[in-house]
Design a protein around this ligand. Structure first.
Ligand code: AMP
Ligand code: MG
Length: 429
């Protein structure tokens, strides 16, 4: 079964709002085994919406001659004059809008619960084109609409992502699932993602060899973000259970080939995995940061329950702060500079001592200009932008790793944080 998704709103085509609805819906449809053929985005323009709905309702695909089998539309169901989806639909169906009394009752109740007066403009949200069915909205005001255009079933959902998701889950998903199973030979997808740190995309591809070749089931894909390379296994089967079983031997083989480069799967984050290891070992950690300005402490404390292992963090940004709060020797600072192996070493060792933790991580580096790109020159003290020293202290001593990270300021800072987390992860394994 195939589908198209239409997103409606001026804010989308002006680039003010990123179309997260289409992305989310695509993921949902693909896990139901529905192939999404196109994402279409139109502004709040009735003729443009009418044009796309007519095309969707009647169109054979550009790629082959199968008709589109289902259309999902989001946006334009609000109460204001720029919300034109229901008017466009009425025009396409050559019918009138009619008050849907139960929906009006629900909207009135919604405002009663909020203890706010209902505006007259909300009335229009209960106006539904004749002959269409209503999808109840249990979290907002705009009811959804479902109907057929030509022979194609079409679902209209609110633009507000939270409302759209609940309506999809409550009123659309099961209908689509039934259509998929009525279609017979359709296949359901299952997914598993493994996250790695420490090897680039091309090295990973080399280690995987023919596991990444196309046309297999499961297929293996690779994506990279800030030096985290994620490997996605996508399998297809007649049902979810069979599709899941197909993933298992591929995952085993990936784990065998990539070993400790793999730090987690699916929703896991590096900080979450490190937190889990610290908790398992009953260990504690502190951090001393310079160029990352607290980002490492933030990542570690993003994990709920982190107070059981995260003790303290220092953001010693200036040289003075490094001396005053973490007793970095001013002579060392003077001789080697703030971005140096020696200062990273002092920061980690002293943070570990001061906080009395089992481990302390330190980061000192040259993050470079905002939006800038790292190059061989441009940093202070004749050192390149992207140069970052990361220290790890424990009760036995300190190790420092020198890195030169590519990318702009944001990228260098993120990579520094991930690299520090990974150094601790490997230590804890
Ligand atoms: P609407 O249903 O058109 O009144 O949309 C209400 C609000 O939901 C808009 O102002 C946007 O902030 C948001 N929104 C609408 N469409 C999308 C979309 N495709 N992706 C993300 N947010 C959206
Ligand atoms: Mg809108």
């Amino acid at each position: 079964m195939n589908a198209i998704i239409i997103s409606i709103g001026d804010e989308l085509i002006l680039g003010q709002t990123v179309d997260t609805n289409a992305a989310w819906l695509s993921q949902q449809l693909s896990s139901l085994g529905i192939t999404v053929r196109e994402h279409i985005t139109v502004g709040d323009d009735i003729n443009a919406i009418v044009g796309q709905l007519r095309r969707a309702g009647g169109m054979p695909s550009a790629l082959n001659n199968d008709a589109v089998e289902v259309v999902l539309v989001t946006g334009g169901l609000g109460p204001t004059d720029d919300d034109l989806t229901r008017h466009a639909l009425a025009k396409v169906l050559e019918t009138e809008l009619k008050l849907h009394q139960p929906s009006l009752g629900r909207i009135e109740q919604f405002f009663v619960r909020l203890n706010k007066p209902m505006s007259q403009t909300n009335h229009v949200q209960a106006m539904i084109p004749c002959g269409c069915d209503v999808l109840e909205n249990n979290v907002g005001t705009a009811p959804g609409i479902t109907t057929q255009i030509g022979k194609t079933p079409v679902f209209f959902l609110p633009g507000v992502p939270a409302e759209m998701k609940v309506m999809f889950d409550e009123s659309v998903k099961d209908k689509l699932r039934q259509k998929v199973s009525a279609g017979g030979a359709e296949k359901v997808c299952a997914y598993r993602t493994l996250h790695t740190y420490g090897a680039g995309e091309s090295s990973i591809a080399e280690m995987l060899g023919d596991m990444m070749s196309r046309g297999r089931n499961p297929v293996v894909n690779c994506t990279a973000a800030h030096s985290i390379v994620s490997i996605r296994i996508i399998s297809r089967g007649p049902d979810e259970k069979t599709a899941r079983v197909l993933i298992e031997p591929v995952e085993r083989e990936l784990r065998k080939r990539l070993g400790t480069f793999i730090f987690g799967s699916d929703e896991d984050t590096l900080a979450g995995v490190v937190g889990g290891l610290l908790r398992r070992n009953g260990s504690t950690v502190a951090v001393a940061e310079s160029c990352t300005g607290g980002l490492l402490a933030k990542e570690l404390t993003d994990i709920s329950g982190s107070s059981s292992y995260f003790m303290a963090g220092w953001v010693t940004y200036s040289n003075d702060a490094k001396v005053r709060f973490l007793q970095v020797n001013p002579e060392i600072l003077e001789r080697y500079g703030a971005v140096s192996e020696q200062v990273a070493c002092e920061l980690a060792r002293n943070a570990c001592r001061e906080s009395q933790t089992d481990y302390a991580l330190s980061i000192t580096g040259i993050a470079g200009p905002t939006g800038g790109i790292a190059g061989p020159t441009g940093g202070a003290e004749g050192k390149p932008v992207g140069l970052v020293y990361i220290g790890l202290a424990d009760r036995g001593g300190v190790e420092v790793v020198r890195n030169v990270f590519p990318g702009g300021r944001d990228c260098v800072r993120r990579r520094a944080v991930y690299s520090a987390l990974n150094i601790l992860r490997l230590k804890l394994l």
